[in-house]
Design a protein around this ligand. Structure first.
Ligand code: UN1
Length: 513
């Protein structure tokens, strides 16, 4: 860690205690089992973090519930001011936090910084939003009556996030939830606990400087059993969960059973349709970044290219050629394009996917495999693979969280490509590369892409925070981040007020006494 400047980064981030995975603000503790944070960059053990026991969790939820009573009475723009200060701290700490993300998770340094930038951006968005949590008024059908709706804070929001965006996804949720008047408990991925400790440390400082109570921001750590404490807990009215479809199916059912709300942002199986008029200057970087960026570990990563048969050979050769330029290695070294996968389990899943694709009839165009030798001792570095495949293959239908890209053909009209693109169980992100207006509009129409995100002439990954983020079908249906995603963090109340001296009933009903 020293050679990569991680010790210094942790110092700059002011993290004194890297071993406590539970915190209610500045108060850190944790008496559960220990989880190890291991960097996939070099296999080094960075920290041993105590997880959250049931007793610890009780302390957290009580502190959070009590903080909510104070926090919700603060005017929303004042809550926005706290988020503004948090965003400013992130500006100051972008470098060390981005570096920690890169080291603990393994994404490139540029992407680590990019993640912190997403946090800063969502803070700005939330600050503006803190003056715009507007309800509507609507005309009443009755004389002397008014109708309106108000948005009230919800309570304790539980956030479950994945290893691949160890800080930004938390920020999308928490920055909005805070301005909405909620307090948050964050269960980070057990693969990246240190990132959660660092973030909690930053917000704890801001809350302390403003004399705000413990419990507005909380972290808990550990495996799914720790998450279960929240998902089964009636005191947590909303669970926002980002991660695998497998996890989301369990969380969604558990939360629904107690009539809680859930916001699910789950797996994708994202495709780019490449039409005959597609511009290769845009296609190649869009597809390659989409497929190998973050080593294929984004929920928005490009998994499939659906290429018109008339340009198939040209596009295939250009993409295969670009893969030849890619460098794999330490993600903290900015000349490398591709860092490691998160761990060896993930490497095994990747290897098994390639074998399965071959067994189903796939033709390997760019050979995958584990990279060995000096600098690759962690065993987590893999070569990005390209496989010619068909959409119906079982493995193609499945989201493999690794850099495996499937190429397939379509013939005839764009509708045939759209059918293939929609022909999977997931519905997160999608894109079309075309210079034909009609094709683009068809793709975006009601009978076009069935995904939550549909792009024209850009790839499937790298969404801005300003739009609502999420998708349909097995992606879970939730929306995080921009647009009006904030509404899920609040409860809606419809008010009807009578300022007349009569009591007319709605629907013209007569009830004479
Ligand atoms: C995720 O992988 O869970 O659009 C989120 C993107 C990023 C977010 C990905 N802004 O690729």
């Amino acid at each position: 860690a020293k050679e990569f400047g991680i010790e210094k980064a942790l110092k700059d981030l002011g993290v004194k205690d890297i071993n406590n995975g539970t915190s209610t603000g500045s108060n850190s503790f944790g008496s559960g089992d220990v989880i190890e944070s291991i960097s996939p960059v070099n296999g080094e053990l960075i920290a041993k973090v105590t997880t959250t026991s049931k007793a610890d969790y009780e302390k957290v939820i009580e502190t959070a519930t009590s903080a909510f009573q104070t926090w919700r009475t603060m005017p929303a723009p004042q809550r926005g001011e706290i988020v503004r200060q948090f965003g400013n701290k992130l500006r100051e700490l972008k470098e060390p936090l981005g570096k920690l993300v890169s080291y603990e998770m393994g994404k490139s340094l540029q992407e680590g910084y990019g993640e912190v930038q997403e946090m800063i951006d969502i803070c700005d968005f939330a600050v503006g939003l803190s003056r715009q949590l507007n309800g509507q008024t609507m005309p009443s059908e009755r004389p002397g009556h008014v109708m309106r709706e108000q948005w009230h804070s919800l309570g304790v929001v539980g956030i479950i996030s994945a290893f691949n965006f160890p800080v930004a996804v938390w920020a999308w949720n928490t920055a909005l939830a805070w301005v909405c008047g909620d307090v948050c408990i964050w269960k980070a991925s057990e693969k990246t606990p240190l990132c959660s400790i660092a973030c909690q440390n930053i917000i704890a400082g801001v809350l302390k400087d403003n004399n705000l109570p413990e419990g507005i921001s909380n972290i808990i750590n550990g495996d799914y059993k720790v998450g279960e404490m929240m998902t089964t807990d009636k005191r947590v009215p909303l669970i926002s969960a980002t991660g695998s479809t497998r996890m989301g199916r369990i969380v969604g059912v558990t939360v629904a059973e107690r009539f809680g709300k859930s916001l699910l942002e789950l797996g994708g199986n994202n495709a780019i349709i490449i039409t005959p008029t597609a511009d290769l200057k845009v296609v190649v970087p869009g597809a390659v970044f989409g497929a190998v960026g973050t080593a294929g570990q984004r929920c928005t990563s490009t998994r499939r290219l659906i290429i018109h048969e008339s340009v198939y050979d040209k596009v295939r050769d250009a993409i295969v050629g670009a893969y030849g330029q890619l460098t794999i290695g330490n993600p903290l070294d900015e000349k490398n394009h591709i860092g490691p996968l998160i761990d060896k389990d993930s490497v095994n899943t990747y290897l098994a996917a390639i074998e399965k694709a071959k067994a189903e009839g796939g033709k390997v165009l760019v050979e995958g495999g584990v990279v060995e030798g000096k600098g690759f001792e962690s065993g987590c570095y893999v070569k990005p693979a390209i496989i010619e495949a068909e959409n119906h293959y079982e493995i193609v239908q499945h989201e493999t969280f690794a850099p495996v890209l499937y190429l397939m053909k379509y013939s005839g009209e764009v509708e045939n490509a759209i059918d293939q693109q929609n022909g999977v169980v997931q519905g997160l992100s999608s894109a079309i590369m075309t210079n034909e207006l009609k094709e683009a509009e068809k793709f975006l129409s009601f009978s076009g892409s069935d995904c939550g995100i549909a792009n024209v002439n850009i790839g499937t990954s790298g969404a801005e925070i300003g739009g609502a983020f999420g998708g349909e079908k097995e992606t879970g249906g939730g929306r995080e981040s921009g647009s009006d995603a904030w509404k899920v963090y609040m409860r809606r109340q419809t008010n009807t007020v009578n300022y007349s001296d009569e009591l007319p009933l709605a629907q013209g009903i007569k009830f004479d006494l």
